[in-house]
Design a protein around this ligand. Structure first.
Ligand SMILES: *[C@@H]1O[C@H](CO)[C@@H](O)[C@H](O)[C@H]1NC(C)=O
Ligand SMILES: *[C@@H]1O[C@H](CO)[C@@H](O)[C@H](O)[C@H]1NC(C)=O
Ligand SMILES: *[C@@H]1O[C@H](CO)[C@@H](O)[C@H](O)[C@H]1NC(C)=O
Ligand SMILES: *[C@@H]1O[C@H](CO)[C@@H](O)[C@H](O)[C@H]1NC(C)=O
Length: 368
């Protein structure tokens, strides 16, 4: 299924183009520590340009000519400043093309290299970081690798995984939001750990629209798969409706429960008593929560701890809930929701985070 690439690089200093030939020789493009390999692989009867983990078990992480496969394992790639990256079949027809992201001065020779992170990089001036003209990390398909960022771009498939704001990632089916990935996984932009010789991980958007984390360690003989979204019916986007003041719980299979301080009324939940915005208000802790969706009304205080966060929420009359959560850049931070608490759920397993929901003094008195 996998074919090693014979890799002949011609650097034409005049034409400044670079050619990668696929032929019968066995030279290969492998990353410096032999973690990744670039070549043609066969899927069904056709051949695709791809990058895969070189070790066993192999796993394709990037496919170039997904829509326009080759009929044979022969062909060549041409890379030039003016025409970008072009894949030709064995009869010399250009079957796939991608533009370089940047162009550079015409007097530096191009180089193509495959990094140990699985990134195919076209650059000039010998991998000068400022000299990157195109990288496969900028064109992810259905697989994310550690270090790959997710753009705001779209894909042409049925499902796509999309970053809406810095911390919110969604899986869409055509134009419908299906799942919001739990912000606890916002690490998905960087995955749990970096790729090393002894640890590989990928995040894959499956054809079913689910997001799967695969991990492999050198002690394992197989990839371990873990479904990240959806994990159950409560994960479906806004499954308990909008502005209902409910959260989804898997108790017993799926139910929409009122937030603390609310009572059920005609399918929604309403406050038992109004919050007074005084020191009488308090908070009730909900554990193992998928934190509510954030919106433009959500307030973030970076580097603010639990007690201070609580004080700030109390003083902000329209603050409905807060969480003290670990953010990748700012560390422990205070997140305050001011309008509704949307797309929130409770996990039945020991997962998720603590959410402190504001309750009126009277509601607390009734409760305790
Ligand atoms: C290619 O591989 C075959 C079989 O593994 C080997 O016999 C041959 O010498 C190799 N050719 C080159 C150019 O390395
Ligand atoms: C190369 O592509 C052209 C145009 O699609 C096609 O007619 C030709 O048969 C292809 N050659 C091979 C060997 O697949
Ligand atoms: C690639 O560049 C050409 C020429 O600048 C442009 O016409 C074409 O739209 C570009 N293609 C993409 C996919 O951006
Ligand atoms: C909530 O209150 C703050 C000031 O305390 C205000 O800036 C913000 O606009 C209010 N949010 C909404 C949704 O009314």
């Amino acid at each position: 299924m996998f074919r090693r690439l014979s890799f002949l690089v011609f650097i034409f200093t005049s034409a400044l183009s670079l050619e990668i030939l696929f032929s019968e020789d066995n030279e290969t493009i492998v990353s410096p520590s032999s973690i990744f390999e670039l070549g043609l692989f066969k899927d069904g009867t056709r051949w695709y340009l791809g990058i895969w983990f070189k070790g066993f078990p192999r796993k394709v992480v990037w496919t170039g000519n997904r829509e326009s496969p080759l009929n044979s394992a022969r062909g060549y790639i041409q890379i030039s400043m003016s025409s970008g990256i072009q894949l030709f079949n064995e009869s010399g027809y250009m079957t796939w093309k991608i533009n370089l992201t940047r162009t550079a001065a015409a007097d530096a020779p191009l180089t193509a290299s495959l990094s140990d992170t699985g990134n195919l990089i076209v650059s000039y001036n010998n991998n000068n970081p400022n000299g990157i003209l195109w990288q496969s990390f900028d064109e992810p398909g259905d697989v994310l690798l550690p270090g790959m960022d997710l753009g705001m771009g779209l894909s042409s498939g049925r499902f796509y995984y999309y970053r809406e704001t810095a911390y919110q990632y969604y899986i869409w089916e055509f134009s419908t939001k299906m799942y919001r990935v739990d912000p606890i996984y916002y690490g998905t932009i960087s995955l749990p750990r970096a790729t090393t010789i002894n640890y590989h991980a990928t995040l894959t958007l499956l054809a079913t629209g689910s997001l799967s984390l695969s991990e492999w360690t050198s002690e394992d003989t197989e990839w371990k798969e873990m479904l990240i979204a959806p994990s159950d019916t409560c994960d479906k986007y806004a499954t308990c409706g909008a502005n209902t003041n409910t959260y989804c719980s898997m108790n017993p299979l799926k139910s929409c429960e009122c937030f603390p301080g609310f009572r059920p009324l005609r399918g929604n939940c309403v406050r038992k008593s109004p919050v007074t915005c005084s020191d009488d208000d308090g908070f009730q802790l909900l554990k193992n929560m998928k934190l509510p969706e954030t919106d433009s009304w959500t307030i973030l205080y970076e580097g603010v701890g639990l007690e201070e966060c609580k004080e700030r929420c109390l003083k902000t009359c329209n603050c409905t809930a807060f969480a003290n959560t670990d953010m990748p850049i700012s560390g422990w931070s205070c997140v305050m929701w001011t309008v509704s608490l949307a797309d929130t759920r409770r996990y039945s397993t020991n997962r998720g985070q603590n959410l402190y929901v504001r309750v009126a003094g009277l509601a607390m008195a009734i409760r305790w």
